[in-house]
Design a protein around this ligand. Structure first.
Ligand code: C6P
Length: 419
């Protein structure tokens, strides 16, 4: 693997070699080999990313954009290099369009508190889908309450596929923003973002893409999607917690008011007033999360070396295999598209007789980590007349034998509960 400042080379997609890069995959959980299938919540980290944090703190640690001394210059270079890597990764036209935030949630709140605050008025509407994470519902609910605007939902069919034909009557001349998840963290559905972008642009609205579940797993090109804003979190894509990205079109970001005030985001301050720094710094008040930005660059290097086409192909194969195995059990219902080609590697399921929390706890005893609950998408999960679902989600280091372990684990749990 490259060091944290180099640009990506290519590497063969070899799952055994990939697994060897992840120290945590060697540990036992409850005396069993760890089978980590909770990647939609947060991914594991390769040594390359962990080492980039150690290297930064041992060799470079300093504040950025402030000093003339060597450490500060090196820290600034590495921090800005990471921004450039992210820009290249999502094919952003300019690296100044990449804003570091804490996570996807903060990126969404930033747009709600700045762009939407300035552009949404009474009687306008904001359109989201009915399969959003709370982070892409609640900021818009709050904004709609405050502004006297309407929050509208795009519906989906029983298979979790968006009703594009119906979207034409939901998105109208009073729509200011369409905000949609690229891949559902519950259903796995991949949404038709380019089509929604065209519909939004047709009525003069902008489109925001919640790419928390897509950027880590598939090639994402903000220009091909014709997106206006797009956000994601590093911790779901091999990077550290506490850092995320908001990408936005330069003209939009440039016209937006700041989100927070303080050091680095100003150009000039007098006792009476202040004016704002250029992008991206206008949105990065205070000392930023330097180490984690650099480690995000290392994560992007790692994924780029594997190639996002290969990452996606691997996960599609695993998903198809897992769907087949899980559905063949006969007593487990899978939420979302039944056709694996329409979805990503997130499989939420409901067992006929075992509660998801019991299943999750029993699987944990076998070293298998899945997520159970409402997955921070309460309205969506409740729409299936349940309060919780079990969810297995995959990443680059998962294997078919881990899918087998999951299916065997479910069978063993059935045996336990039938005793
Ligand atoms: N979903 C899951 O287990 P943060 O927490 O800010 O990094 O990401 C929020 C978020 C936004 N949108 C989507 C589609 C998401 O999946 C998530 C995070 C995790 O499904 C944690 S709740």
């Amino acid at each position: 693997m490259s060091d944290s400042t180099s640009t990506a080379r290519s590497r063969v997609f070899d799952v055994d070699a990939i697994r060897a890069d992840f120290p945590i995959l060697k540990r036992k959980v409850n005396g069993q080999d760890l089978v980590y299938l909770d990647n939609a919540a947060s991914s594991q980290k390769p040594s390359h990313v962990i080492q980039s944090l150690v290297d930064y703190y041992e060799q470079t640690n300093s504040n950025v954009h402030r000093g003339v001394h060597t450490l500060s210059i090196e820290a600034t270079d590495a921090y800005e290099m990471a921004r450039t890597k992210v820009a290249t990764f999502i094919n952003a036209p300019r690296s100044e369009e990449v804003i570091w935030t804490r996570n996807t949630s903060e990126s969404l709140n930033l747009v709600a508190a700045t762009w939407a605050e300035a552009n949404v008025a009474e009687g306008d509407n904001i359109v989201i889908t009915a399969m959003e994470h709370h982070s892409n519902i609640v900021p818009w609910q709050q904004l709609a309450f405050k502004k006297g605007a309407e929050l509208r939902y795009l519906s989906h069919n029983d298979d979790g596929v968006i009703d594009l034909a119906g979207a034409g009557s939901v998105i109208d001349s009073r729509t200011k923003l369409v905000s949609a998840t690229h891949m559902s963290n519950v259903l796995g559905t991949i949404n038709p973002i380019a089509e929604l972008a065209a519909m939004a642009h047709e009525v003069g609205a902008v489109i925001l893409v919640d790419a928390a579940q897509s950027v880590p797993h598939m090639p994402v090109d903000v220009q091909a999607l014709d997106a206006d804003f797009l956000c994601f979190s590093a911790h779901k894509m091999l990077g550290p917690t506490g850092i995320g990205v908001l990408w936005g079109r330069y003209e939009l970001l440039d016209a937006m008011p700041p989100y927070m005030f303080g050091g680095d985001m100003i150009l000039e301050v007098t006792y009476e007033d202040a004016n704002w720094n250029d992008l991206p710094y206008k949105f990065e008040a205070g000392t930023p999360n330097i180490a984690d930005a650099i480690a995000t660059g290392a994560a992007v290097d790692y994924l780029s070396e594997l190639g996002m086409d290969n990452v996606w192909k691997h996960e599609q194969e695993l998903t198809a295999y897992a769907m087949e195995q899980i559905l063949s059990m006969g007593n487990v219902k899978v939420l979302g598209p039944q056709d694996p080609a329409l979805r990503g590697g997130v499989i939420s399921f409901i067992h006929d007789t075992i509660h998801p929390h019991d299943l999750g706890t029993a699987l944990d005893q076998q070293g298998i980590a899945i997520r159970t609950g409402h997955h921070c998408a309460m309205p969506l999960v409740r729409s299936f007349d349940v309060v919780a679902a079990a969810r297995a989600s995959f990443y680059i280091y998962n294997t078919k034998s881990e899918v087998d372990a999951l299916v065997n684990g479910i069978s063993e749990t059935e045996g336990y509960f039938s005793r």
